[in-house]
Design a protein around this ligand. Structure first.
Ligand SMILES: CC1=C(/C=C/C(C)=C/C=C/C(C)=C/C=O)C(C)(C)CCC1
Ligand SMILES: [Fe+2]
Length: 353
């Protein structure tokens, strides 16, 4: 029972509906609101990002220590072993990220954006596979989808709202160096923006076109339409909305919710509740499991805040410190999710049972 495509069919369809489809529709409905957010101050975005991280963002990774245990169905990995492996990964990889920010903040910042691009794309590929779409039958097509889906939150805001993107880069790098504006300037030359924009438009058209060809050859049209619809909503959302707010909403309501849904399906007791339509019961179990290390995550934010040379004075500094802490937590989180992807054969479509 380890394939992403196996497990209880009823539970899977409820998870897809409540954790992926409804939130995507809600984001589509929010697009006109997003379009006016560039008129407001960036602090609105910072507050939104903070609330999203508090409510669900931090929690979505806070059961990583149970993932090896649950995804193996308990055979092969015991609870202490599962916790030990994941704790060591968090300490080593997370520690390395914090050191990287001290040693080479601009490189670490670019690395973090690249890692998030990969991770958020990886999450959406898993969600599409979980939903059972069949227009992405090869690893190559899935990799292209990863590139598109991760590039929507990380690449499109650079094209549409470079000023706010740059401001956040300066806030993050400014925690470690005095002249952050000069340090990040080389990243924001026009060719970078042009290349990212061209790559995103090209990759999106190619991905949609290849998918359509699969539909013409007999693949399910509904799955492709869903992929195209989600991609369209995300394009509109990130083209129009102010970046910090847009990413704050996406992190909580899109990426994190989808991942929480996926995790409820590797928890047998939660799956049982979902199969009976009890979404609240499944969420309660998740919240209980995630509570201790959600608090742990906020301690990491506090620790980074105490450690940075610049001190923390303005709302921008709070966002910057949170992002550095999130970067440290993300590298090990990606390792856990990549392991889960492998276990659930997300990247080996032919072998899906
Ligand atoms: C807020 C923001 C940025 C970065 C956000 C990142 C990189 C968030 C990563 C979150 C993760 C990885 C969560 C875990 O799943 C940019 C693009 C620099 C500039 C625009 C505003
Ligand atoms: Fe994640």
């Amino acid at each position: 029972m380890t394939d992403v495509g196996s497990g209880d069919r009823a539970a899977r369809s409820i998870v897809d509906r409540w954790f992926a489809r409804y939130p995507a529709i809600a984001m589509g409905v929010l697009v006109p609101f997003g379009a006016v957010t560039p008129l407001f101050s960036v602090e609105l975005g910072v507050a939104t990002f903070a609330v999203g991280t508090l409510v669900v963002g931090m929690a979505h990774g806070a059961v990583d220590h149970l993932v090896p245990l649950r995804a193996t169905g308990g055979d092969g990995t015991s609870l202490p072993r599962s916790v030990a492996i994941v704790s060591v990964a968090y300490a080593v990889l997370g520690g390395a990220v914090v050191v990287a920010f001290f040693v080479a903040p601009v490189v670490a910042f670019v690395g973090f954006v690249g890692l998030t691009w990969l991770h958020w794309g990886q999450g959406d590929v898993a969600a599409l596979v979980l939903a059972g779409v069949d227009h992405l039958p090869t690893p190559g097509e899935r990799a292209l989808t990863l590139l598109v889906r991760g590039g929507l939150p990380m690449g499109v805001p650079l094209v549409s709202h470079p000023g706010e993107y740059r401001l956040v880069a300066e806030w993050v790098v400014g925690l470690f160096v005095a002249d952050a504006a000069a340090a990040v300037a080389p990243l924001f030359v026009p060719p970078t923006r042009l290349a990212v924009g061209a790559a995103m438009v090209g990759a999106t058209l190619l991905s949609m076109g290849l998918g359509y060809r699969r539909v013409r050859a007999g693949a399910d049209r509904g799955g492709w339409l869903r992929d195209a619809g989600e991609t369209g909503v995300l394009w509109a959302w990130f083209l129009l909305s102010a970046p910090v707010l847009a990413i704050g909403v996406y992190f909580a309501a899109w990426h994190s919710l989808r991942h929480v849904g996926r995790l409820t399906l590797v928890d047998a007791a939660a799956t049982e509740r979902l199969a009976k339509g009890d979404v609240r019961g499944a969420l309660f179990r998740f919240a209980r499991d995630a509570a201790p290390l959600t608090l742990g995550g906020f301690l990491v934010v506090g620790g980074v805040g105490l450690a940075v040379p610049s001190g923390v004075a303005a709302p921008g500094d709070v966002l910057a410190v949170s992002l550095v802490a999130i970067a440290a937590l993300t590298l090990p989180h990606v390792a856990v999710v990549a392991w889960l992807d492998g276990r659930q054969r997300v990247w080996r479509p032919g072998e899906l049972g």
